[in-house]
Design a protein around this ligand. Sequence first.
Ligand SMILES: Nc1ncnc2c1ncn2[C@@H]1O[C@H](COP(=O)(O)OP(=O)(O)OP(=O)(O)O)[C@@H](O)[C@H]1O
Length: 467
Amino acid sequence: MPSILIVDDEQSICWGIAKLARQIGCEVGTAASAEEGLKLAAESPYDLVVLDVRLPGMDGLTAFEQFRKTLGQVPIIIITAFGDIDTAVRAVRSGAFEYLVKPFDLASIRSAIQRALEYTPPAEVPAAEAVPSSPDKLIGQTPIMQELFKQIALVAATDTSVVLQGESGVGKEVVARAIHRHSIASDQPFVAVNIAALSPSLAESELFGHTAGAFTGASRARDGLLVQANGGTLFLDEVADIPLPLQVKLLRAVEEGEVLPVGADQPVQTRFRIIGASHQSLKQCVQSGTFRHDLYFRLAAFEITIPPLRERANDIPLLAQHFAARRPHAPQTFSDPAIVELRRRPWHGNVRELRNAVEHAQVVCRSGVITPEHLPTPHPALGDDTVTTADVQTQLAELLFRRAEELLNDPEATGNVHSLLLSEVERPLLLRAMNHYANEYAPAARALGLHRTTLKKKLDDYEVSES
Ligand SMILES: Nc1ncnc2c1ncn2[C@@H]1O[C@H](COP(=O)(O)OP(=O)(O)OP(=O)(O)O)[C@@H](O)[C@H]1O
């Protein structure tokens, strides 16, 4: 008769799993701490261990290695309620047979136990590795986040392409960074590019590079971002915005591990893991013909959907504390009504909006305790008819602020930050004006307060066709 050791300090869990194990014909030992479990394991051999991570005294992941020493390569199922991303990665890397996130249903633990009992262990299992904690840590304790950590841990261990879906500000970039940080390529480059922010005329050379003299202004040859990511991870934010002709080139690069820089006749080798992110459904973009289906299938080998903050409201107090702690000299404490208010808000701008609201409150608060009055007015939902001009101005200012910060941190942009940012603002303005005046230069130029020829020249520079 197979025997199972269940180590969990929650009596009800021990009892539930023990009952189920007996039903499937196992002998059962239970322990409320790792130390007690190790003692039982030393006394009699077990065929399977079900091990909780959070235990009084020694934690489950530390005990894992001890169980290995005592019981050899028997399968160990790890269960956890409150873990962080490092816990998930350690659990996956430890060689745990299965990693279950509480609350789990009886069917999943039953299936894990049955599979574990039929399992023949491999000759060697990699040892658990300590994963360094990182400053851009992913915060979350809700079951939704625990599941997300698990997905990240599973995919990080591979070189599979990933698509991250989720509303703006949910944390797609932090997740991409976490995947990279926990992958075997973590010491290689992580190159992040926001496709929507690339000027259309320069997107190709930015991504694929160019030779010297490939176009006016290209005095020196330059590696594109795909080559800069060689050996590491390329994060394409707003991947749905890649122009169709470049999608073909990107697919070729990913499939064949080589790119053709603008103006070059010889390809350059480059291999990287690609992580795409989008707030739009890529599947819908494929259906509407704006995204190639072959590229979609290549990228979406593993899809992760990051839920909006309002669906994990229990994480809000923790996130608020996390953001407040980033400014050690500013107020750190939230009054109870402030926490209630934070939890109540819809957070259409998700974690980014929450982070900004905490920063705002810390600036406004003079008393040491943050109260609801210190919080800024909430962002309206996009497309909401009640959005006022002031709302739009606030959001625009915030986006420009963020983009300016990105450009100021980009060594390639140094010396051009002003013109780059202004061109990103000017292009949509001119396009809108032309559209508004049915592509008539004269009224559009009059409304803009520009000379007609100046408007025409600017549109040419932005490569905006007259159609
Ligand atoms: N779970 C989290 N824990 C800690 N910080 C987070 C978390 N999720 C998001 N953030 C923070 O929120 C901000 C927005 O996150 P991020 O830029 O990754 O969102 P995004 O989904 O990529 O947004 P966009 O689609 O607009 O590019 C960042 O400052 C990020 O560090």
